[in-house]
Design a protein. Structure first.
Length: 125
C-alpha cells in the first residue's frame, strides 16, 4: 500500500520527526535501565548522564521546526539533571518521555495532513 504523497517540506519534517522518535527510543531505554538500577538501590548517575547526552541532540534537531517539542525535551533534560530521590526522578522522566512521544506522533499526523499533495493525488485517480 502506498502512503500519501507529501510535498518536499512535508517529507523533510517527517524525516526530522522519525529521527527524533528514534533518539527518544534510546532515551527511553536509558530511563528504563535507570529505573531498574534505582529499584535495586544501585547508583543511577551514569544513566542520568546517558539520558542527557542522548536527549540533547534532539533539542537541536527539533528547535527549528518543532520548537514546542524541543522545549519539552529541554524540560526532560532539567529533570535528568536534578538531584534528590531517584524514584521521583525516574517517574518524572517516564512522564516526560511519554509526553514527548505523544507530541511527536501528533506532529507526524499533522504534518502528513498539512503537506499531503492533494492535487497530484486527484489527478492519478
Amino acid at each position: 500500500m502506498v502512503g500519501p504523497k507529501l510535498d518536499g517540506a512535508g517529507i523533510e519534517k517527517v524525516k526530522t520527526l522519525e529521527k527524533a522518535q528514534a533518539q527518544l527510543q534510546r532515551v527511553h531505554g536509558f530511563v528504563e535501565h535507570m529505573a531498574v538500577a534505582a529499584k535495586a538501590m544501585q547508583p543511577v548517575g551514569n544513566y542520568s548522564t546517558q539520558v542527557r547526552r542522548t536527549a540533547f541532540p534532539m533539542v537541536q534537531l527539533l528547535k527549528t521546526q518543532f520548537g514546542m517539542i524541543a522545549d519539552q525535551v529541554n524540560a526532560l533534560l532539567q529533570v535528568a539533571s536534578r538531584t534528590g530521590s531517584d524514584q521521583i526522578r525516574v517517574r518524572s522522566l517516564r512522564e516526560s518521555v511519554a509526553q514527548i512521544r505523544v507530541q511527536l506522533e501528533l506532529s507526524v499526523a499533522k504534518t502528513v495532513e498539512l503537506h499531503t499533495d492533494k492535487g497530484k493525488d486527484a489527478e492519478t485517480h
